[in-house]
Design a protein around this ligand. Structure first.
Ligand SMILES: CC(C)(COP(=O)(O)OP(=O)(O)OC[C@H]1O[C@@H](n2cnc3c(N)ncnc32)[C@H](O)[C@@H]1OP(=O)(O)O)[C@@H](O)C(=O)NCCC(=O)NCCS
Length: 155
């Protein structure tokens, strides 16, 4: 893949189906939480996509919690395009937008701690983030058996 053909940009409404397809693949495997098409459309302004030759091949989203704290979520790269630096580009784009907004701390809930460690995140107790628990986790089927690792990075 030529680097010049690949870029990360804000998602547009027309990308919702592609985002849904990318994330649904991993939700089926239990690697990430499922997001309905409706939920993706409602939150489309918070998404970024990686595009290569006109095809959306990866995505991630940001969620604000306080003026200083935000989350990167729904990060996924199509299987065929993994390990080519696309996940890193998506996270770096999200981090740079969060920095511009004055956010000083970003966290993730993930099963892939190795990837995020590569990007400078460190593990932390989930209880550090009570807002997160109350906003999303109460509706999660994994609430009583959560296997995701909380990780944080100072921006
Ligand atoms: C996690 C994911 C987005 C990573 O995307 P990617 O494009 O494959 O990752 P990159 O190529 O940008 O990797 C960046 C660095 O992390 C490392 N890395 C990536 N995946 C890794 C893994 N599973 N284990 C260890 N290291 C990993 C790469 O080697 C690379 O290191 P380098 O910069 O020293 O070369 C992708 O594997 C994915 O879609 N996984 C399924 C969904 C998921 O788990 N999402 C996270 C939920 S929050």
């Amino acid at each position: 893949m030529q680097q010049s053909e690949l870029y990360v940009r804000y998602a547009r409404l027309a990308d919702a189906a592609a985002i849904s397809a990318i994330t649904a693949e991993y939700a089926l495997q239990g690697i990430m939480l499922e997001r309905s098409g409706e939920n993706i459309v409602e939150n489309i302004r918070n998404f970024f996509v990686a595009e290569s030759n006109g095809e959306v091949i990866g995505c991630c989203a940001i969620a604000f919690y306080t003026l200083r704290l935000a989350e990167i979520r729904s990060l996924a790269v199509f299987n065929h395009y993994k390990m080519k630096g696309i996940g890193r580009l998506l996270v770096e784009k999200a981090e740079s937008v969060l920095r511009e907004e004055g956010v000083s701390e970003v966290f993730v809930l993930t099963l892939n701690s190795k990837f995020f460690r590569h990007l400078g995140y460190r593990e932390i107790q989930k209880e550090y983030f009570p807002q997160k628990i109350w906003r999303d986790c109460t509706h999660c089927p994994k609430l009583m058996a959560c296997d995701e690792i909380a990780m944080v990075k100072a921006l």
